[in-house]
Ligand binder design. Structure first.
Ligand code: PGA
Length: 256
């Protein structure tokens, strides 16, 4: 029912030459009908050119962040309309590196989510807890709080055109992934939290919502994570920079 989705978050990596090689290898290695939807999210300066390289392929373009404001005197920022204009379909909002290194709080993330949607972009909303929060038994409370900020501002209907990503902070870039059971538990909680807001639609929005797992996903662990019932694919950092790894991760969505 939910088509799996794999998105590559290139973070601050790449160059024009490296990106061209990576896209070339990806497009050559992908089957005519991939098992999942696929997107890559290059640094903003490479979006336009990457979009040209992807043209007419089954790989969509996404951005890594967006300004909450629509236009104006916001030096260094990029608006949702601009991202749409250069061909983006998706934008990541609330990635833990934005939340923590750049102090983006729940309220700002919610405004970014809304800005993205109001310009026809599909936000990939990231939520996730720190290790200390997990150890204190606060994981579900943290996820609920992060989700509530967006649901309060945008409403549950907004989840029809969004993707969620559970990314435990302690698993990002550390080589230490959540176990499939840990991921499943939080994914089910995310889906239940969205379902609880639906009075009119009887849980249909939550049932259709794709919830990705992110945090040290590799070719070697993707299939077992994706086999969990509420894990609908992945948001991939480091392993999305290597075409063979990323292709294997995309293929692993067949386990879903
Ligand atoms: P990672 O990053 O796959 O390198 O752990 C995931 C992410 O930050 O989205």
């Amino acid at each position: 029912m939910r088509r799996p989705f794999v998105a590559g978050n290139w973070k601050m990596h790449g160059s024009r030459a490296e990106n061209a090689d990576l896209i070339d290898a990806l497009l050559q290695g992908l089957p005519a009908q991939p098992a999942c939807d696929i997107a890559v999210c290059p640094p903003v300066v490479y979006l336009w050119e990457t979009g040209r390289l992807l043209k007419e392929s089954s790989v969509a373009l996404g951005a890594q962040s967006v300004c909450a404001e629509p236009i104006g005197a916001f030096t260094g920022e990029v608006s949702a309309a601009m991202l749409k204009d250069v061909g983006c379909r998706y934008v990541i909002v609330g990635h833990s590196e934005r939340r923590h290194h750049y102090k983006e709080d729940d309220a700002l993330v919610a405004r970014k989510f809304l800005a993205a949607q109001s310009h026809g972009l599909i936000p990939i909303l990231c939520v996730g807890e720190f290790l200390e929060e997990r150890e204190r038994g606060q994981t579900m409370a943290v996820i609920s709080r992060q989700l509530a900020a967006v649901l309060d501002l945008a409403g549950v209907d907004a989840m029809r055109n969004a993707v969620l990503a559970y990314e435990p902070v302690w698993a990002i870039g550390t080589g230490k992934n959540a176990t499939p059971a840990q991921a499943q538990e939080v994914h089910a909680h995310i889906r239940a939290t969205v379902a609880a807001r639906e009075s009119a639609s009887g849980g249909k929005i939550a049932a259709a919502l794709r919830v990705l797992y992110g945090g040290s996903v590799k070719a070697g662990n993707a299939a077992e994570i994706f086999s969990m019932p509420d894990v609908d694919g992945g948001l991939i950092g480091g392993a999305s920079l290597k075409a063979d790894e990323f292709l294997k991760i995309c293929a692993a969505t067949q386990a879903h």
